[in-house]
Design a protein around this ligand. Structure first.
Ligand SMILES: [Zn+2]
Length: 603
């Protein structure tokens, strides 16, 4: 880790001190609520389910234009700029240089890596009928830069980033800012000579992102993840644990291991994998009538047993070839693991006609007994099952007391199911995993030569040999962070922003604007805080004090100062947003010092 740096907030103080000692006069622009644009709503919008979505709309941070497409209003844009500023600071610290890439990506470039036909790509044609994609990520553009301008070992390593709008034609935009079709993504890329260099860059970026999340006070879990369309090497997701998350995370309370459930390895003890199933206690195979019982729950209910005594038989089609997949009744097939095992480009459940042709029975009654000429892949968990229930490949019938080896033999056993809570931790192998929901706010990848090899981004070694550049890519979803920050920090009255990303650090509420003494004191405190580099909004609206307090709570500004009745006795009221009982009187002359000290404590 690098030594602690000059904190951003302290730097602001430092700059303001310099300015004061240089004799600068009060020349601050006053941002007044009455002149700003904060269209708060009294009612919860019916379209919004997630609390972050409701609050972003109610507090006047965003407005929806169409499904998954949002405008960032002034307060929303201020938060985005604050987030960017912390990130820029962290990138400067690791010598990662900012640049800006185009949004229009030529078809030919995406065809070099086979990504023209990724299903979320927005495609368009220009007047000459040249085809383009709207940028959904920028690995290809970066690799194109690298192949032109990083030709020698002397040009490496390099770290580059941008912060830009990206476009993905999501089938189901949801959750307000959680899953949108147009969004801001902060994406960094690393370029190295070899894998060891790539590992160093990966750790640098990961460390910078860890610092970033700490500075914006957003607790994240770093989870092993699946590379999906981007790559198959090491990759990690930064997850905010939240009930509203789309992903399931498995966590080990013993060693701290964390993984996305879709990635998490299911550990099967070597003793189970290597020994033949015991056959003592095997009961004779028997066919039973199960009229109309097609689902696991229906069969288990009818036969008076539980799902973990059943085996599910699923017929998949992988690149045109059917395969049968067996998992325990209470488990789910992990299609990512299955696809990887089969090395398949395309994978999907067979349609009912195919299932009937292969098994001779309608969907819901497929089973492994008597199936021939079909690759039969069984999950490792079947190895410890005896006398189980499976479909009989006949309508309205199942077998009971099915046993491996005697009644059928799978072609192979593998880890092909989704890991769940209570599975053994694959890292420390001692504790059971726990599960939680998570919102993915960042995803970092080791790419190796996945893009540089097909695109010919090679550099020349000292020896004269040409080698593909080893790359990494590192993304943070900036607009999604807005939602995640709010999911993580709010109460019944509204948003509670951490100081580092709050649209304003302080709001000064003048309770009665027709009272000149109050207005004057409000302006003076404003100027005193601005002189010390504090970001202040002055609520000068001709509204009842109660309305102003509600709005201040709703938009979530960390510190509120009320200039009201107390001024007659020389005091103002100072309240910290996140602590509803924190309101206290302070001498007006001390107010600026008190607020600055509070902000420092809260940062
Ligand atoms: Zn563990």
């Amino acid at each position: 880790m690098r030594p602690p740096r000059f904190h951003r907030y302290n730097r602001l103080l430092f700059h303001s001190l310099v300015r004061v000692t240089c004799g600068a006069q009060k020349d601050f622009t006053t941002l007044k609520y009455s002149e700003y644009f904060i269209p708060t709503l009294r009612d919860v919008p019916a379209e919004a389910e997630l609390v972050s979505h409701q609050l972003l709309l109610r507090a006047g941070f965003v407005r929806k234009l169409s499904a998954g497409v949002y405008t960032l209003l002034p307060l929303g844009w201020r938060v985005v700029q604050k987030i960017e500023s912390v990130l820029r600071d962290e990138m400067d610290a690791i010598a990662c240089a900012e640049m800006r890439m185009p949004t229009l990506h030529p078809r030919e470039m995406l065809e070099e890596t086979g990504r023209w036909n990724v299903d979320v790509v927005y495609k368009l044609q220009d007047r000459r009928e040249a085809e383009f994609a709207l940028g959904f990520t920028h690995e290809e553009v970066m690799t194109d830069i690298a192949r032109r301008d990083m030709r020698s070992w002397r040009d490496l390593p390099r770290l580059l980033y941008q912060n830009q709008t990206k476009f993905r034609d999501e089938p189901r935009p949801r959750g307000g800012m959680i899953r949108t079709r147009e969004f801001i993504m902060f994406d960094a890329y690393s370029f190295d000579r070899d894998e060891a260099g790539m590992d160093v860059s990966y750790q640098k970026l990961k460390g910078a992102y860890d610092n970033f999340f700490a500075r914006i006070q957003l607790p994240v879990v770093t989870a092993e993840a699946d590379g999906g369309a981007i790559g198959d090497l090491d990759n990690h997701e930064f997850m905010v644990l939240s009930e509203s998350g789309e992903d399931t995370i498995l966590l080990c309370p013993n060693c701290g291991y964390a993984a996305n459930a879709e990635r998490c390895t299911v550990l099967t003890p070597e003793s189970v994998l290597s020994s033949a199933p015991a056959s003592n206690g095997d009961k004779p195979l028997e066919m039973v009538s199960t009229p109309g019982a097609r689902t696991i729950d229906e069969v288990a209910g009818l036969l008076g047993t539980s799902a973990n005594n059943l085996v599910k038989t699923l017929i998949y089609v992988a690149d045109g070839t059917p395969v049968a997949v067996l998992v325990r009744g209470d488990h789910e097939v992990n299609e990512i693991k299955l696809r990887r095992l089969l090395k398949a480009e395309s994978l999907g459940l067979a349609d009912s006609a195919t299932v009937e042709r292969i098994t001779g029975a309608p969907v819901g009654f497929a089973g492994p007994v008597g199936v021939i000429g079909l690759r039969l892949i069984a999950d490792n968990s079947l190895l410890t099952m005896r006398n189980f229930i499976a479909g009989a490949n006949q309508a309205d019938a199942h077998y009971v007391h099915v046993n491996l080896g005697r009644d059928f033999s799978p072609t192979e056993y593998a880890d092909i199911r989704v890991a769940v809570a209570k599975d053994l931790c694959p890292s420390c192998r001692t504790e059971k995993l726990e599960d939680a929901r998570g919102i993915e706010v960042g995803h970092i990848f080791k790419l190796g030569s996945k893009y540089s090899a097909p695109m010919g981004a090679n550099y020349t070694e000292e020896s004269g040999a040409a080698k593909p550049i080893q790359m990494g890519s590192y993304g943070i979803g900036i607009t999604r962070l807005l939602a995640a920050l709010i999911e993580n920090s709010h109460d019944k009255d509204g948003i509670i922003w951490p100081v580092a990303v709050a649209p304003f650090s302080v709001i000064i509420v003048v309770t009665y604007i027709k009272d000149e003494a109050l207005v004057k004191a409000g302006q003076e405190l404003h100027d005193a805080l601005r002189a010390r580099g504090v970001d202040v909004l002055l609520d000068d609206r001709d509204e009842r004090a109660g309305i102003k307090f509600k709005d201040a709570d709703l938009i979530g500004i960390p510190v509120r100062v009320v200039i009201g009745k107390g001024l007659a006795n020389g005091t103002v009221e100072i309240k910290v947003r996140k602590n509803s009982n924190s309101a206290r009187e302070a001498p007006v002359a001390e107010a600026a010092n008190t607020v600055v000290a509070l902000l420092s404590d809260l940062s």
